[in-house]
Write a protein of this length. Structure first.
Ligand code: SAH
Ligand code: SF4
Ligand code: F3S
Length: 458
């Protein structure tokens, strides 16, 4: 093995970034790189960055400094910054961090292999950001899937169906760092799904910043909606469960809502970011819906599917948010009774509209609101988890549990981790199998269970 091909990669941010890291690992793996556990062993260090909040961006600066010294012992060491901060700050990063060799934006990952080879030859520090056709990405993806051997017996995978975002919510940097919205062609997506199914993947998580506005064009120039695409994906043999993120409340269609009733393979889980319960704040955020409309969707879903798990994202302390606005968020959180919520303090992002808004909320107020929201949600989540005790849930077995080697672990349809003692007939409980598990206990971050015969959705 070539001793100069040890790769260390660090990933921050959302599933989109995690998916990009998967692609980087496969592509550089094909070029002979092996992943190492610690940065000090590496000949190539990559940091896949996120810039959605100030704190996320700072993770880059607090991490990267320590790699500078490694170059003294290993002059051949190559350091690259990928992801959303790379796209956002680009050439400034190269100026500011003299020990960094390459900046590779979100749309240039398919070129990474050749970018690194060229750098090793020329030693010219460079920035690769900006546009690249979506077709290049699609071709790259299918080549990677063809070559993927799944030697570890992984049973679930993520698949990006679109890129970018056109919504320009006033707080959000994503459209600036991921570009405008583009949908992949249905044929290319389905080719990837079939490829993954052949490699033993049972559960798919489809990714897009706003999957409800998916509008792929097929070979005969017809527009395919997200619901139509989902139906086609669910028809692929071997795929047993399909999830997706993220849905924008303004674009969720009745067809999609109805699909939860007719498509068994669709996981009974919907992530529907609310952001705020105040109409004034929602308008200033540019979200395109009112709290009442949001609740109409939630009520429709809860009535049709009492077993559906609903999760959300909320921002506290958006500019101009008063105590009264915030109390509207708390009431809607109670009313919607989400299974869980990702909550964030508003963070000013360079170049976004809301950064310029007057009435920025002081940090201590944001902190206090976040704590109140999180403690309310903690109670709701605990109640929801306890309510599952005694029911049988359908679990995709993923393998040995982290808790103990005597336990197996899997995920419920609602994406909760469940651990259960390895049954005596363990051969029926291999990774990749769907089984009914009786929930016996609700722990803080997971469920405990026991294997049973019968299975039904959670
Ligand atoms: N496309 C997805 C989410 C992308 S970012 C959607 O529209 O739902 C994930 C979450 O980060 C957002 O839902 C939002 O809650 C949060 N977020 C985005 N920008 C933020 C900012 N400037 N400050 C705090 N939270 C932010
Ligand atoms: Fe950001 Fe809004 Fe686009 Fe989501 S929909 S990525 S929050 S701009
Ligand atoms: Fe972060 Fe980029 Fe995702 S900014 S949240 S990694 S799209």
């Amino acid at each position: 093995m070539d001793s100069k091909k040890n790769l260390f990669i660090e990933t921050f941010g959302c599933q989109m970034n995690a998916n990009d890291t998967e692609k980087i690992l496969l592509s550089l793996g094909n070029a002979g790189y092996v992943t190492v556990e610690t940065a000090v062993e590496a000949d190539l260090i990559l940091i896949n960055t996120c810039s959605v909040r100030d704190k996320a961006e700072h993770k880059l600066y607090s991490t990267i400094g320590r790699y500078k010294a490694f170059k003294k012992n290993n002059p051949e060491l190559v350091i690259g910054i990928c992801g959303c901060v790379a796209e956002q700050v680009a050439s400034n990063l190269l100026k500011r961090l003299q020990f960094v060799d390459l900046i590779i934006g979100t749309k240039n990952i398919h070129k990474l292999q050749s970018i690194i080879e060229d750098y090793k030859r020329t030693k010219i520090r460079r920035t690769f950001t900006g546009q690249a056709p979506i077709e290049d990405d699609e071709e790259f993806n299918s080549t990677l899937i063809e070559g993927f051997t799944n030697s570890k017996g992984v049973v679930k995978a993520t698949l990006s169906i679109m890129r970018g975002c056109d919504n320009y919510c006033t707080y959000c940097i994503v459209p600036y760092v991921r570009g405008s919205e583009e949908s992949r062609s249905p044929e290319s997506i389905l080719g990837d799904v079939e490829g993954l199914a052949k490699k033993g993947i049972k559960e798919l998580m489809l990714l897009g910043q706003n999957v409800n506005s998916y509008a792929g064009i097929n070979k005969i120039s017809e527009k395919i909606s997200f619901t139509e695409l989902l139906k086609k994906i669910c028809n692929v043999r071997g795929i047993g469960r399909v999830r997706f993120v993220t849905s924008h409340p303004k674009d969720i269609s009745d067809e999609l809502i109805m699909l939860f009733g007719s498509e068994d393979k669709l996981a009974r889980h919907l992530h529907l970011p609310l952001q705020s319960g105040s109409d004034k704040v929602l308008e200033a955020m540019g979200r395109g819906y009112k709290s009442k409309e949001y609740m109409t969707t939630i009520n429709k879903l809860r009535t049709l599917y009492p077993d559906l798990s609903l999760t959300s994202d909320i921002i506290v302390g958006f500019p101009g948010e008063t105590e009264e606005d915030f109390s509207k968020t708390l009431s809607i959180v109670k009313e919607a009774s989400f299974e869980s919520v990702f909550s964030f303090k508003y963070s000013q992002r360079p170049g976004t509209k809301a950064t310029e808004f007057a009435d920025q909320v002081p940090e201590d107020v944001k902190k206090e609101r976040l704590e109140r929201l999180q403690s309310l949600q903690k109670e709701i989540t605990a109640e929801k988890n306890h309510a599952l005790v005694g029911s049988v849930v359908e679990v995709l077995i993923e393998g040995r549990s982290k808790v103990s080697s005597e336990f197996l672990s899997g995920r419920t349809e609602c994406n909760r981790v469940i651990n259960f003692p390895k049954p005596s007939d363990a051969t029926f409980f291999e990774a990749g199998v769907f089984k009914g598990i009786l929930v016996t206990e609700a722990c803080k971050n997971s469920l405990r269970g026991k294997a049973v015969e019968r299975s039904q959705p959670c």
